[in-house]
Design a protein around this ligand. Structure first.
Ligand SMILES: C[S@@+](CC[C@H](N)C(=O)[O-])C[C@H]1O[C@@H](n2cnc3c(N)ncnc32)[C@H](O)[C@@H]1O
Length: 326
């Protein structure tokens, strides 16, 4: 078995947190589960597959922009530079910045923050090829990881926080403001934030990215039910739920749902609950907000940054924005 899918079961404290969140959020109307729980070992591998699908263009578009602007991004930041990536996934993107630094023989340290041990393993492997780069992985939420790394800061070099892949789109607007302000609060003048965010585009393209014809995104979403079966001893019948992606125009977000195909009852022993579903009732599993370029600039400015430059990939409609702390 591959070391990734054979990863050890999660520590008891994390299973307890998962159980408490599931019990609380499945009692809400509509029922919900936080999107961070999509990323267990299998979920991270499924996301890597999604990022290669022709219908999911975010990863390629952002990679193209990074290929073009990495040198400009790191040019004005003081050495020795510290890169902090929030939700690193495979680490391919931070590697492009590490490459830009290594071409100029600039030393750097990289802190990888991700809730998924599989993502950290992949990223550490990806960055292993850079001799001059020291890498530290933190299995933590964005907020915990950022606090931990900011608390350990020493020396005079600049920090560049990377929040890529439109991870910001999983936050609703008040939470996005709060989190960007928290990032700003952890930085000093001269530091930067590189924010990757997906732009509004025609509805068919948006929906195909979250409901692909191969069913990989459906598997990614339904893995949440399989995860509850594995970790919380739940008895979800995966065939009794359907994956659904919806474009909510009013709120400018794609929502992912798991829709109950019939009335049913599910028990989740380790979360100490039984949950009833009506036919067509759904669990809301993810929001992916989509933006206008000027909205992204406004979000950063409202959090206390100055926007230095924005790069836009015009075909897939994706934006990378470099903010600076002053
Ligand atoms: C959509 S993927 C994007 C990965 C990468 N940034 C990219 O652009 O390809 C989101 C990543 O963030 C991690 N993640 C999701 N929610 C998180 C949270 N609340 N705290 C820390 N990591 C999180 C996931 O494990 C996953 O690796």
């Amino acid at each position: 078995m591959s070391p990734i899918l054979g990863a050890a079961s999660p520590p008891d404290a994390l299973v307890r947190d998962f159980a408490n969140d599931v019990r609380r959020d499945l009692a809400l109307t509509p029922k919900q589960i936080q999107s961070k729980y999509l990323y267990d070992a299998l979920g991270s591998c499924l996301f890597e597959a999604i990022s290669r699908l022709p219908w999911y263009r975010i990863t390629r578009a952002e990679g193209k922009l990074l290929g073009r602007c990495s040198q400009d991004v790191v040019a004005s930041l003081a050495d020795p530079l510290t890169l902090i990536e929030l939700g690193c996934g495979s680490g391919e993107k931070v590697a492009m910045l590490a490459e830009a630094l290594s071409r100029r023989r600039r030393p750097a340290s990289v802190h990888l923050i991700d809730i998924s041990p599989t993502a950290l393993e992949l990223s550490e492997r990806t960055l292993g090829r850079f001799e001059h780069v020291s890498v530290v992985g933190h299995r933590a939420t964005y907020e915990e990881g950022l606090r931990r790394v900011a608390g350990q800061r020493s020396g005079n070099g600049a920090v560049l926080v990377l929040f890529l892949g439109s991870n910001i789109g999983n936050f609703d607007p008040p939470a996005a403001h709060e989190f960007l302000s928290e990032i700003r609060g952890s930085l000093r003048p001269g530091d930067g934030l590189l924010l990757g965010a997906d732009l509004v585009k025609p509805e068919p393209a948006l929906l195909a990215a979250y409901d692909d014809p191969l069913g990989v995104t459906a598997a990614f979403n339904k893995n949440l039910l399989a995860r509850m079966n594995r970790e919380l001893a739940a008895d979800f019948d995966l065939a009794a739920f359907a994956h659904r992606a919806v474009w909510n125009r009013e709120h400018s977000r794609v929502e992912m749902h798991l829709v109950s195909r019939r009335a049913q009852q599910v028990t989740i022993p380790k979360a100490d609950c039984t949950v009833r579903f009506d036919a067509e009732e759904f669990i809301w599993t993810e929001n992916s907000y989509k933006y206008a370029p000027e909205q992204i600039v406004a979000m950063g400015v409202a959090a206390g940054f100055r926007a230095r430059q924005q790069w836009i990939e015009p075909d897939a409609r994706f934006a990378l924005t470099l903010f600076v702390a002053e």
